[in-house]
Design a protein around this ligand. Structure first.
Ligand code: NDP
Length: 234
């Protein structure tokens, strides 16, 4: 069955791999971008998830093109790393506003239509550091662990209406975000990964399409690690 899927930040990186995986299995896929346009074959809507008006307009456009969103992947996210004592309040709130409040904005907008349909799959892209913590990422880790509480609360609120909410927690994935890390830090991280390599974006996409599939219909409130073993035990 072809479903209406929306992936925030699906114009590049992990989001693009997720969007392509859904498109490959025949779903109607929309992605958000902030001006870059949509990659070939995907339906793109301009949307900055820090703006409630943008989110409203994007959902309206997707609904007109593909029908109400049945599978929402809240993937868009940013980092702004520095140690706590140097972290300005603006650096903290900007990351929270994108990664956590942004996810709330899109989940809330999607869930009203999912309730009417009595079907919905909401998948939040968190991070291994949401559970382990990470020096220099107080803002980012707080936003990513917040997604776990959000997904589990949504699971409890909407589960009886056949809406699931789950979290995927990737480790280190080869994208623009990790390319920014200094080489010494990249080596340090790899030394702690049992699989001794970074993930490819498509490996994260595999967990996301599974969570949206009928095979995962009884899975909700779960945190699925895709981290090469980096976060084991958390
Ligand atoms: P990238 O930096 O490659 O891409 C980030 C995406 O988010 C882009 O599409 C970007 O859009 C979008 N975005 C950022 N801010 C906003 C905003 N305000 N409104 C709308 N879109 C926005 O990141 P990755 O692909 O690496 O990461 C994707 C997700 O996976 C993030 O949530 C990240 O935290 C998480 N993650 C990544 C890991 C990694 O190792 N790479 C590990 C664990 C989790 P634009 O192109 O317009 O900038």
């Amino acid at each position: 069955m072809s479903r209406s899927v929306l992936v925030t930040g699906g114009n590049r990186g992990i989001g693009l791999a997720i969007a392509q995986a859904f498109a490959a299995q025949g779903d109607k896929v929309a992605i958000t971008h902030r001006g870059s346009g949509a990659p070939d074959g995907l339906f793109g809507v301009r949307c900055d998830i820090t703006s409630g008006e943008d989110v409203e307009a994007a959902f309206t456009a997707v609904e007109e093109a593909h029908g109400p969103v049945e599978v929402l992947v809240a993937n868009a996210g940013i980092t702004d790393d520095t140690l706590l004592l140097r972290m300005s309040e603006d650096q903290f709130t900007r990351v929270l506003d994108t990664n956590l409040t942004g996810a709330y904005r899109v989940a809330k907008r999607a869930s009203s239509k999912m309730l009417r349909k009595k079907f919905g799959r909401i998948i939040f892209i968190s991070s291994v550091v949401g559970l382990t913590g990470s020096a220099g990422q107080v803002n980012y880790a707080a936003s990513k662990s917040g997604l776990v509480g959000m997904a589990r609360s949504i699971s409890r609120e909407l589960g009886s209406r056949n809406i699931t909410a789950n979290v995927v927690a990737p480790g280190f994935v080869e994208t623009d975000m990790t390319a920014q890390l200094p080489e010494a830090r990249q080596k340090e991280i790899l030394a702690q990964v049992p699989l001794a390599r970074y993930a490819q974006p498509a490996e994260v996409a595999g967990a996301v399409t599974w969570l949206a599939s009928d095979a995962a219909a009884y899975v909700t409130g779960a945190v699925i690690p895709v981290d090469g073993g980096l976060g084991m035990g958390h």
